[in-house]
Design a protein around this ligand. Structure first.
Ligand code: UD1
Length: 323
């Protein structure tokens, strides 16, 4: 049994990591300021210690990291458009707090920090799939901030010998991704729109593509990144290696839900990336990582979860009969 600090543990990805760690019998501490994290995401996490505070506050970060074997740094304000509208709050959460967590992890003598990096760092690189040795080209404050966090991790490994691994997430989705904000991930927004009889909004022509990654895949990859030997200072993609356009995504979701709703098209968003698809061979080679849940199964699980949580609103849309 090892002890894990999950920063942002009340958030979407963090709460899934905490859940899996508890299931494996580990000791889990969650540090969250509940700005984007939700208390109800912790309801099922029996046995986790919860600390509420701001990780950019070095005293709080030190308290959180004290006595931990591993730090899974997931806390962030994760939205491209939100960072474009107001770069300052996400700068504090995504950069200042990351530095503070790294300093605290070093002081606490943790074995390894695994950092939630972002595929947005690549920007509009012309070649697909995106490989870790390609140049970065951040197109939004969010992308830049997550890239700075990565660089801080690498630097802490080089300068201070603190083991860090950066996992570049590609558009993670799944249960507990909050659909209630306009900044939410597109799959949660499309699913909740279709389940409530509304038309999903597509920004742009819908031909932009993403390597949508079901959350269980990321959880398995991050936990592998804690234990794999000889990976300190490495950064790697965490994705599925596929891609789908938003137009096709609406079609697939319509099929799973049993609706036939066409999207509304609006002007594309500033800072948006055109295409995103990962080469996952590095994570496969270094960690033995392979996606364990397909896009289609992940979407079906997500729809099933949304149906339960949105039951009152979705009541009038019947479940699709079995084929
Ligand atoms: C980006 C990052 C991703 C990161 C995420 C955090 C890239 C390639 N990916 O995701 O790694 O985790 O930020 O927020 O940069 N859209 C619609 N309708 C909507 C909502 C979104 O059409 O209602 C479109 C967006 O314009 C975009 C796509 O759907 O083209 C995906 O958007 P979103 O889910 O917000 O994620 P990214 O910005 O791609």
């Amino acid at each position: 049994m090892a002890s894990y600090l999950v920063t942002g543990g009340a958030g979407f990805i963090g709460s899934h990591l905490a859940e899996e760690l508890l299931r494996r019998g580990h000791s889990v501490r969650i540090a969250d300021n509940f700005v984007t994290g939700k208390r109800h995401n912790l309801a099922h996490l029996r046995g986790a210690e919860v600390l509420e505070g701001d990780l950019a506050d070095t005293c709080f970060a030190e308290r959180a990291a004290c006595g931990m074997d591993y730090v899974l740094h997931q806390a962030a304000i994760p939205s491209v458009p939100r960072s474009v509208e107001d770069p300052w709050p996400s700068n504090r959460s995504n950069i200042d707090a990351t530095l503070s967590v790294l300093m605290a992890a070093r002081k606490a003598g943790v074995k390894r920090v695994v950092y939630a990096a972002s595929s947005s760092a690549y920007g509009n690189t012309p070649t697909l799939p995106k490989r870790e040795d390609m140049p970065t080209n951040p197109r939004s404050p969010y992308a830049l901030q997550k890239l700075v966090g990565e660089q801080y991790c690498r630097l802490f490994t080089e300068l201070y010998g603190l083991e860090t691994v950066c996992t570049r997430y590609f558009n993670v989705f799944g249960p507990r991704q909050d659909p209630s904000s306009p900044y939410s991930g597109v799959i949660s927004l499309f699913t909740s729109a279709l389940l409530t009889g509304n038309r999903p909004v597509i920004y742009g022509d819908g031909q932009q593509t993403r390597d949508f990654t079901y959350v269980a895949n990321v959880v398995s990859g991050v936990l592998l990144a804690c234990e794999a030997p000889n990976v300190a200072g490495e950064m790697m993609n965490m994705a599925t290696g596929g891609r789908i356009s938003l137009n096709d995504l609406v079609r697939v979701l319509n099929r799973i839900i049993g609706t036939n709703v066409s999207p509304i098209y609006k002007q594309s968003r500033a800072g948006d990336v055109r295409d995103s698809q990962a080469d996952i061979s590095k994570a496969s080679r270094l960690l033995g990582y392979q996606p364990i849940v397909s896009l289609e199964d992940g979407l079906a699980n997500t729809v099933a979860w949304c149906r339960t949580t949105m039951a009152p609103l979705a009541a009038e849309i019947p479940e699709k009969p079995a084929a």
